[in-house]
Design a binder for this molecule. Sequence first.
Ligand code: PLP
Length: 420
Amino acid sequence: MSLVTDSPVWRPFTQHALQPGAYKIAHAEGAWLTAEDGTRFLDAISSWWVITHGHRHPEIMAAIRQQTETLDQIIFAGFTHEPAEALARRLVEITPEGLDYVFYSDSGSTAVEVAIKMALGYWRNRGLSRRRVIAMEHAYHGDTVGTMSAGARSVFNAPYEPLLFDVARVPFPGRGAEQATFDALEAFCRDGAAAFIVEPLILGAGGMLTYGAPVLAEMKRICETHGVLFIADEVMTGFGRTGTLFACEQAGIVPDIACYSKGLTGGSVPLAVTMCRREIYDAHYAPERARAFFHSSSFTANPIGCAAALANLGIWEKADARARVAQLAAMQAERASRFVDDPRFSAVRHLGTIVALDLDVAHSGYASTLSLDLMRFFNARGLLLRPLGPTIYVLPPYCVTAGELDGVYEAIGAAANQFA
Ligand code: PLP
């Protein structure tokens, strides 16, 4: 297996002194990646949680090819195009009822940064000084300044502390400890916060930590009671990952602002949206330029990205896609259940298409090298798995087969024998 080592490329979230090489992938199809030298990897984390129906889905690829025949990229202020218009109309139809406006950007971080700015702009334009943002312990919302601020303070963002603003932090609603979350949220809301931002049902980079739909519904109720805007960061959870198209559906809630990216284009090309209720748009609508929403990026609503997302939504319209997600969720539940009483694991969590298993080991924070050793172990067995500290999670594309999944869990069992 050959690794690229002598390269000017600076890779993300990589300590090059400890991880000097990278596999050079030349081809991807379905759930599989193939390196230039022919080595194959099963993509058991959907390439950082973006791929939904599988790599290079034919309908999405065809839509991208077709779009390149007519329009590549245009300025999106003062001009628009049909892929953006059609996609926005479809998104308003399929997302929780009441999310009526769509703001385009190009990554999950930006979608969340935009959400926070929308919330602050909403209060300022209404002449009210609500400035405080509430977020959750262990949260991860991205790597831009606002999203890092909302995220948990950790090794990820310690060097950038001078950039970060202070947020009010509610505890994670661990099982049996939900009341502490509700009480803290209520207290911060009573003080007149601007918004509460949360990853619905599962905190991803924080360790695939799950909590129940009734907890999500109660947090929404508390925010609503105090008029605090509720921001759902569905960047990871959106497009089927938790078993429903959107995680908020399971709690029957409509957030005031929702962020989607990763699976929006089936994971094929970068695109993101921040959707909001009419009141938030209306607060920015006035015959004064100063009340406009001041955010843009050069590639806002790229037509090729919008065409890919439209094709992705077309796939979701067919019964097949939802049936496939239900089938994968059942396969994952069954495999998770095999490990529940296994002493090598201190906890096993399952939500929709996602399974997370905590290896029962001491001293294994993100900064330890355990996750690197685990990654190498899995890579050597033809698997792309990227544990978060001691947490090994399986988050595959929906096209993965039962046999392929069995191979993943066999390797996880072997890793537990070696490392736990
Ligand atoms: N929000 C959540 C919940 C995420 O999981 C992520 C990425 O993992 C982000 C935001 C940031 O998305 P991106 O990496 O596309 O900027």
